[in-house]
Design a protein around this ligand. Structure first.
Ligand code: CAA
Length: 390
């Protein structure tokens, strides 16, 4: 019996800022962003969108397709929590009308949380073969205005149904993981924006991939050429080339050419390049991008996946794409969303960034913006109130 991803769906905000606009306002050559870090646009959530509405909107197409039956585990992984106590998964559980016979929890380890959720869910469904798990990864990446991290902001959510009859990808049992106590990126509970030692974080990402890879290689006996494509955690898409280069070197292979990057990576970068960092959703956004864009049929092909969460946790694992996977993708929905977003001016971007959720315990309604099927309607007595927007 092989557990894995049965369905996968992605959602991001309907609003974006072009990094050319940001570059102009900050007096930077836009090619630093477009070429140097490989980012063109960043998605920004309007005031009536948060990690709950994004996660519920990502999950909605899955629920419409297969119903709610047998979903007995809901894990929401996030860095951008909305409550110190209540799990965001319970808000989503309510919005989606999921069965009461269910475990619903929130997981945190920076950008790695969803991978922990996915691996735990895969082991859990193997013990409970009739049950299904819904893994939600939802994040809003925020750095201080004018900081080096600013162009790597973004937002997005991915929902994955995990079962023992996966239609998209089975997960291989072998994985390599690495934990280390480092301060490369963190966000104390009193801050809305992450603190980061940018260059150091990149170095840690690129060194821990080798630790995780070496263990994966030992356990699986596979080498890089056994992986048809690779998907990486994408704080910015340029890091994928650097990571792939490191892996090639660790395997004693020649330095990858542009053609190698084109074949092995490019299709997995298309969504992240125009949404920005979605933290714990980012690796799975990349996987969704690959599945949605691959011109080659990936059936029965093995995909390498690297998950990195600052602090830090790194994991290299792999999965095999299932025959017929294409008929179970939500490609049209994803493209319709991303092709019809509203571009923000620089002023609108700063206004949205500076908008703070009211904290006075009063009765506040949120002005309606363009959202997915769910929105944050308001806040009353410190309670978030959600509603269906359509
Ligand atoms: N044209 C083309 N390229 C240009 C250019 C131009 N005009 N100007 C600069 N560049 C290139 C630089 O040469 C550099 O390329 P290399 O890295 O290949 O040398 C690249 O653009 C970036 O330039 P800088 O290094 O000068 O950029 P910076 O110091 O201003 O910021 C950053 C880069 C450190 C990644 C910053 O964006 C940051 O702090 N980001 C947030 C942290 C982050 O994303 N860390 C990643 C690892 S941690 C993680 O993965 C967890 C997570 O999600 C946060």
């Amino acid at each position: 019996m092989k557990a894995g991803i049965d369905l996968i769906s992605f959602y991001s905000s309907n609003y974006f800022l072009d990094l050319k606009t940001l570059a102009e306002a900050r007096g930077v050559d836009f090619n630093k962003f477009y070429i140097g870090i490989g980012q063109e646009k960043m998605a920004l959530p309007p005031p009536d969108e948060d990690i709950v509405t994004m996660a519920a909107s990502a999950a909605q197409p899955i629920i419409e397709k297969v119903g709610r039956e047998n979903i007995e585990l809901v894990v929401l992984a996030t860095e951008s929590c909305i409550d110190q106590s209540k799990a965001a998964s319970l808000f989503v559980h309510g919005l989606l009308g999921l069965p009461k016979r269910c475990r619903a929890i929130e997981l945190k380890e920076a950008c790695y949380g969803a991978t922990a959720g996915l691996q735990l869910a895969a082991a859990w469904v193997e013990k409970n073969p009739e049950a299904k798990a819904l893994i939600l990864a939802s994040d809003i990446a925020r750095y201080d205005l004018g900081s080096p991290g600013e162009p790597t902001q973004g937002c997005g959510a991915v929902a994955m149904l995990v079962s023992t009859k996966p239609r998209i990808m089975t997960l291989d049992p072998e994985c390599g993981y690495h934990a280390e106590d480092v301060m490369d990126f963190w966000r104390p509970t009193y801050r809305g924006e992450a603190l980061v030692d940018g260059k150091y974080s990149t170095r840690v990402y690129l060194s821990t991939i080798i630790e995780a890879w070496n263990q994966y290689r030992e356990r699986s006996g596979r080498t890089l050429s056994d992986l048809a494509r690779c998907c990486f955690h994408l704080p910015f898409t340029k890091i994928a080339e650097k990571a792939y280069e490191r892996l090639a070197k660790a395997c004693g292979l020649p330095s990858p050419t542009d053609a190698d990057f084109e074949l092995r990576l490019r299709e997995s970068l298309r969504y992240n390049r125009i949404t920005g960092n979605s933290y714990t959703a980012s690796l799975y956004e990349g996987l969704n991008s690959l599945l949605d864009h691959s011109t080659a049929d990936l059936s029965s092909q093995r995909i390498g996946l690297f998950s990195y969460g600052s602090g830090c946790m790194a994991e290299f694992f792999s999965g095999v794409v299932q025959p017929g996977y294409r008929q179970h993708l939500f490609t049209e929905k994803h493209l319709a969303l991303l092709n019809n977003r509203t571009e923000l001016t620089f002023q609108q971007y700063e206004d949205i960034f500076n908008y703070g959720v009211p904290e006075d315990g009063g009765n506040h309604s949120m002005a309606p913006y363009r959202t997915g099927p769910y929105r944050l309607a308001g806040i009353k007595d410190h309670k978030r109130l959600y509603e269906k927007s359509r």
